[in-house]
Structure formats: C-alpha cells, structure tokens
Design a protein around this ligand. Sequence first.
Ligand SMILES: [Fe+2]
Ligand SMILES: [Fe+2]
Length: 482
Amino acid sequence: MSDTGKRPGQHTEDAFIQELGGTFLTRFYGLLRAARLYSVSNQTVQRQLQEFMALLMKGLEEETEITLVTASGYFYLNNVRIRAQSSLLAVYHALMAELERRQLGGVRVLQGVSLAEVERFIQLFVGAEDPTLAEGLSDALAAASINHILTISPQEVDVEELQEVSRETEVVTERGRARKVFWRAVIGTKKIVLRAVQTGRPDLRQAKRLVQPVVDTIMKNELSIVGLTAVKGHDEYTYAHCVNVSVLSVSMGQALGLSRQVLADLGVAGLLHDIGKLSVPAVVLQKPAALTPEEWDVMRRHPIEGLKMMTHMPGFSPLILEGMRVCLEHHMNHDRTGYPKFNADWGQSTLSAIVAVADCFDAITAHRAYHKRPRSAFEGLQYMLGPSRVQFEPMALWALVRTVGLYPAGTVLLTASNHVVLSLSPNPGDLRRPHCRVIVRPDGTVVPEDQTEVWDPMPATESVTKVLSPEDYQNADQLLAA
Ligand SMILES: [Fe+2]
Ligand SMILES: [Fe+2]
C-alpha cells in the first residue's frame, strides 16, 4: 500500500490486520469445508464456527468492520493485502475460487454480528454454489435477517485503491494474474482427477480450458508462473505436480519454438501424464517410505494404465493420440533404461521427451517423507545434467536449462560482492545472472521481508561465486548477521 492518504496509526493497524489475515482465510475456508461435508449441528462445524467467531470478535474489537475482498489474484482484509506465503497458497486460491463461483468480490462483517448470523450465513453461502442461487445470495441474507454480514459484488471492489500506487503496479498485476492462472489450474486439476475416479477417464475439454491460460501466460513471457512450480511442500502437491509438469513443458516447448497449437496439446498431455496413477492403490502412492519391489511393479504399470484411460475418451484426435503417447512414454528414458520396455526401434515422441524431463525435474525436488531433505532445484538440475543425462533427450535438457536457468527459482546464491540473493526467475539474456531478490547485504544486514530489494536481473558487474545449500545458508546467515 502507498503511504498516501493513510490515517495516523495506520501502520499499527496494518500490522494487526496482516497478522489476522492468514488465520482469517484459513479459518473461513476450514469452516466452509466442514459445513459442506456435515450439517451445522455437527461438532466439527460447531468447533470451526466458534474459532472463526472468536477471530471475528478479535478483529471487531479494533475495527468497526472486517472486509475481505479479492482483486487481481490477491486477498485484502480491510484494504491490507494478505501475503500469500507458500503455506497459505492452497487455501488462498481455493477460497478465491469459492468467491468467484458465487460471483462475489468479497464479504463485509459489521460490529454487532452474532454467532447465529454467522452460522446462518455459512449455510446460505455453502448452499449458493449453483450460479443461479449465487445471484440471490444477497437477498437471501436479507430475508434471513442477517444484517451484520453483507456481500460485496466484484463491481464494488475498488481495484485502483487496493493496488500499490507505484511503478510496480504492472508487475504486481501480471504476477498476480499468473498466480491466479496457476492456482486455478491446480484446483481444476483436482476436480478433473476426482471426476476421473468416477468416470474412468479424464475430461479432456476441461483440461484444455485449464491449460489455455497457462499457454497464454507463457507466450506473453510472464515467466513468474514457472517460478511457482518451485513451491512444493503444500497439501495440494499431488495436483500441483500435474500443473508443474504442464507449465514446465509448455515453457520448454516455447524455448524450442513450438507453435501455439502444439504448446496447447503439450500442456494438456503434461497435465494428464500421470493419470494412470489412479489405478495405483493409495497405500502405495502415499506410502511414507521407500517402495518394496512388488509395490514398484504396481507403480510401474501407471504409464500403460494411463494409455488405457485415454483410449476411453470419446472421439479421436491428434491431441488424444499425443496424450496417449505421453502417458505411455514419459518413463521410458532416452537410453531405454526406464519402463515399460519397448523394442529398440520404438522412438519416443518429442512431446514425451519434453514431459519426461519436466516430470523428473519436478519430482526429484519434491518433498518425500523418507528423504532427509528434498534435493534443491539446483541439485536436481545438476543431477539431471550430470550423472543421469543419458536418460534424457539432449534437446529437452537444453530446453529445461533455458526454462529454469542455471540457478533455478529458490536457489540461494553468494555473489562476488558478498550479497546473498535468492533466485526468482531466469534471465533468458544471460542464464548465469537470474532475476533475484537480495536477502543479505555485504555489510551483513538482512533485508526485512517487507522491503523488497530486487535485481531485475543481476547486474553485469556481479557474478555468482557460490551456490549455498539450505544448510550453508543458515550458517552464512548467522555469520553475515553477526
Ligand atoms: Fe509418471
Ligand atoms: Fe509425474
């Protein structure tokens, strides 16, 4: 927010609202989820209701009203933007989808609100999932004498006022938009997968609809969407993996000069590459330890099971054919050391070769309960370019480096001038100098989280002298701060 027009004491208020913001979203969404599963008299719903109410009361002690609105991919609580930390991302975007589904810009809660009003509001809100009912939500609230909770239409949200009045506005908006595209794809993928469990085949039209904005974002060179694939340890990772592979594949395809149409097909094929895992029992998929040889046998069937699912699609098109090949070939490896086994003259398709690289890069950097710590993206890239490079099509590996850079998003670097910086996104003009955020200055001062010092990209006078591992960084942090 800009300082212009701030009231005295606004900074303290901002800090208060900022602190409340994340918890507010989590509790609101938790309550909605519980109320969708059970009746309001259920113990879980009642407990969530009490917790949400306690939070509202805390907020309303300090403020006359609590207003939650969404604009340009962000949430604002009383005009203060709620930071979307990685732990909050899944809730952030799932709740945003709930408001959008009801064509709402936000909700306003006034001082004097009662528990009964909140309870009834939640019931009506959950019941208004159907767009025809959503239209009448505001009237339904009035009819139920809910006078302290009001809905806000998207038209009422003053986007201008909410956005930072600075030259960064455009960047923030573009990044915000990319984030929205990404998380919509994650939530949409979850729906496709859950539906496919019932129907036995994925909804191709829905997959195309999700991938189109991803292709558009990448074609606009808004590569912050690629940076989002680096966020791993959240609840929705199973679905985010599909989206990550789709995003990385499309971006790699763009680096290789593929046409928009082929990129769209590649995005869909990437999104559905693991659909055959639906046939693998959950105990194997979610096993928090290394798999036994028998369990590996079951797991190794997922490419062929995916191919089978794709054959159940209605109609036939080049996209279905490409999708089938990607399902079947994404673990075959360029040197044929993977699975399933093919005859020597079977050639891996270009799209399969790209998806195989994107898939491996995303999977080896993911959190696994039985790994001491996941490989960092830099370590993952080193491994793929080093000992395991024979497994991959060289052209696809090159495209991966073009897409994520030599120091992928999330890598902590030490530079020649003794700055500690965090890589944010690659710089296609010079892969050795990514766009990054300064974490520690040469004098040892740590840049506060709310003051972003960004190199857009790393200046030509700088160079990377060391890649810090997460452990190294802890030490470096202490040393530099001392
Ligand atoms: Fe797979
Ligand atoms: Fe995969």
